[in-house]
Ligand binder design. Structure first.
Ligand code: HEC
Ligand code: HEC
Length: 381
C-alpha cells in the first residue's frame, strides 16, 4: 500500500512539473495535495448571520456603507471607520499600529472576509460583527463618541434618519440609545459582510488540482509550488492556518512579543475573554435576533486559562499583499520578515503550556523566497 501511495504521488508530481523539466525540483506529495485541496473552493458558501435580522438586506447594506464612511459619527467629526479601514489599502491603514485620538497598541485588522470570523478583534473580545462594529465608536482612543452623539447625528441627518426608518421600521429611538446603537452596528455589519476577497492564483491552482486539469495547474508559478510544499509540509503552517480562509478562527501564540513597554503587556486572548464575558452584546444576549441563539455556546463555554495569556487570533492569509505590516502589533514589515520570523522562531518565547507545533525551520534564502511566493499567491493582486 505504501509503495502504491508513493507511486501515485510520484505520478501526480510528474504531472505537476512545469515545462522546464527539472528532476531536482521539489514538488508536492499526495498528502500535501490532500491538505491543499481543503483550502477551497473559494469563495465559500455563506449564509446570512442569524443574529442580525438585517444581514443581507440591501437597504441595510446601503445604510451601513454610509455610516462606515461618515466622519460625522466620531467625537471630533473627522474620523470614520474608513480612516483606519481604508478600502484602497486592503481595508486597513498600512500603519504598524492604528492611529485614533492617540496611537493604539494593535495593528488595524483588514476587513476582508470578516463575515467568516467566529471571533472578532485580535483578542476575540466579541463573538459577533455588530458588537465589534460599535466598539470603535465609543472607544476614547478611537472614534471617541458617545451613544448620545451617534444617535443625535443619525437623527439630525434626514437621509440617514430616513434610511434607518426604512430598514428598522421606526425612527431612531433617542430614549433607547443602546438599542439604536445596536441597530446601527447591525447595518454596518451588513455592509462589512459584503467585503469579500476575489479569487487568487492559488484558487485557480487548487481547483485545477481538484479537477485533475494538468494544463491549468501548470500555470501556477514554480516558486509558489515549492512554497506550497513547505506550507503544507515541513512548515506545518496548516495546523493553525486551516481551511479556505487560511485560519482556524481561534487563538494561538506565534512567538510575537506581547510586551508594550515598561510594566505593560498586551494580555491578548486572556483579556479578550474577560471583555466578552462582561458584554451584553453577545450571541447569548437579548440583542441577538436569533431565537435559537445559535453560537451562544461560544461565550458560555469559554473561560480564561493561563495559556490564553499573550495569545492572539490566527489571521486569515488572504490578500496579504494589500495589508502589510503584519502581526497583532504590526511589528513585521514584510512577508519576508514574517517567514524569517517563523524560520528562526524562538521556542523559549512560546508558552510552555501552549501548542508545541512551532519549531525553527532554518530555511535557506531560496526557501524563504518560495514561501513568500506562495503567500503572495493567496492574494488577488
Ligand atoms: C482608529 C482606527 C480605527 C477605527 C477608526 C476603526 N477601527 Fe476597526 N479596528 C482597528 C483596530 C486597531 C482593530 C483591532 C482591534 C483589537 O483587536 O484591539 C480593529 C478591528 C476591527 C474589526 C475586527 C476584524 C476582525 O477580523 O476581527 C472590525 C469588524 C472593525 N474593526 C470594524 C470597524 C468599524 C465598523 C469601524 C467604524 C465604526 C471601525 N472598525 C473603526 C482600528 C480602527
Ligand atoms: C501555532 C499556530 C500557527 C502556526 C503553526 C502558524 N501560524 Fe502564522 N500566525 C499564527 C498567529 C496566532 C498569528 C498572529 C500572531 C500575532 O500577531 O501575535 C499568525 C500570523 C501570521 C501571519 C501574519 C498575518 C497578518 O495579517 O498579520 C502570516 C503571514 C503567517 N502567520 C504565516 C504563517 C506561515 C507561513 C506559517 C508556517 C511556517 C505559519 N504562519 C504557521 C498562528 C500560527
Amino acid at each position: 500500500m505504501r509503495v502504491a501511495g508513493r507511486l501515485l504521488a510520484l505520478v501526480v508530481l510528474t504531472l505537476l512539473a512545469t515545462g522546464t523539466a527539472n528532476s531536482a525540483e521539489p514538488v508536492l506529495s499526495q498528502s500535501q495535495i490532500d491538505k491543499l485541496l481543503l483550502h477551497g473552493p473559494w469563495p465559500v458558501q455563506w449564509d446570512r448571520d442569524p443574529s442580525n435580522r438585517v444581514s443581507g438586506n440591501p437597504n441595510a447594506i446601503a445604510l451601513g456603507r454610509d455610516l462606515f464612511f461618515s466622519p460625522k459619527l466620531s467625537g471630533n467629526g473627522k474620523m470614520s471607520c474608513a480612516t483606519c479601514h481604508h478600502p484602497g489599502r486592503g481595508w486597513t491603514d498600512r500603519l504598524p499600529q492604528g492611529l485614533g485620538t492617540t496611537k493604539l497598541d494593535r495593528n488595524t485588522q483588514s476587513l476582508f472576509n470578516v463575515r467568516l470570523n467566529r471571533w472578532f478583534g485580535w483578542d476575540g473580545q466579541n463573538d459577533n460583527l455588530w458588537a465589534q462594529s460599535i466598539r470603535p465608536l465609543l472607544d476614547p482612543k478611537e472614534m471617541n463618541a458617545s451613544a448620545g452623539h451617534v444617535v443625535k447625528v443619525v437623527n439630525g441627518d434626514p437621509e440617514l434618519a430616513e434610511a434607518y426608518e426604512n430598514v428598522f421600521g421606526a425612527a431612531p429611538d433617542t430614549a433607547n440609545l443602546e438599542l439604536t446603537l445596536v441597530n446601527l452596528g447591525k447595518a454596518m455589519a451588513a455592509f462589512q459582510e459584503t467585503i469579500v476577497s476575489g479569487r487568487s492564483p492559488f484558487d485557480a491552482f487548487r481547483d485545477a488540482l481538484a479537477k485533475g486539469d494538468e494544463k491549468a495547474a501548470s500555470a501556477y508559478p514554480a516558486a509558489a509550488k515549492r512554497g506550497a510544499a513547505l506550507f503544507f509540509g515541513r512548515g506545518n503552517c496548516t495546523f493553525c492556518h486551516t481551511g479556505p480562509n487560511f485560519t482556524n478562527g481561534e487563538f494561538q501564540d506565534a512567538g510575537v512579543p506581547y510586551f508594550l513597554g515598561p510594566g505593560r503587556v498586551d494580555k491578548g486572548r486572556y483579556a479578550g475573554i474577560g471583555k466578552l464575558k462582561a458584554s451584553k452584546l453577545t450571541l447569548a444576549g437579548d440583542y441577538s435576533d436569533d431565537p435559537a441563539k445559535t453560537g451562544a455556546w461560544k461565550v458560555r463555554g469559554v473561560r480564561a486559562l493561563h495559556r490564553n495569556f499573550g495569545e492572539f487570533k490566527v489571521p486569515s492569509l488572504r490578500n496579504l499583499t494589500q495589508t502589510a505590516p503584519y502581526m497583532h502589533n504590526g511589528s513585521l514589515a514584510t512577508l519576508e520578515d514574517v517567514v524569517r520570523h517563523y524560520s528562526e522562531i524562538d521556542v523559549e518565547r512560546l508558552h510552555a503550556d501552549g501548542t508545541r507545533v512551532l519549531a525553527p525551520l532554518h530555511l535557506n534564502d531560496r526557501e524563504v523566497k518560495d514561501l513568500v511566493a506562495f503567500l503572495e499567491s493567496l492574494s488577488t493582486g
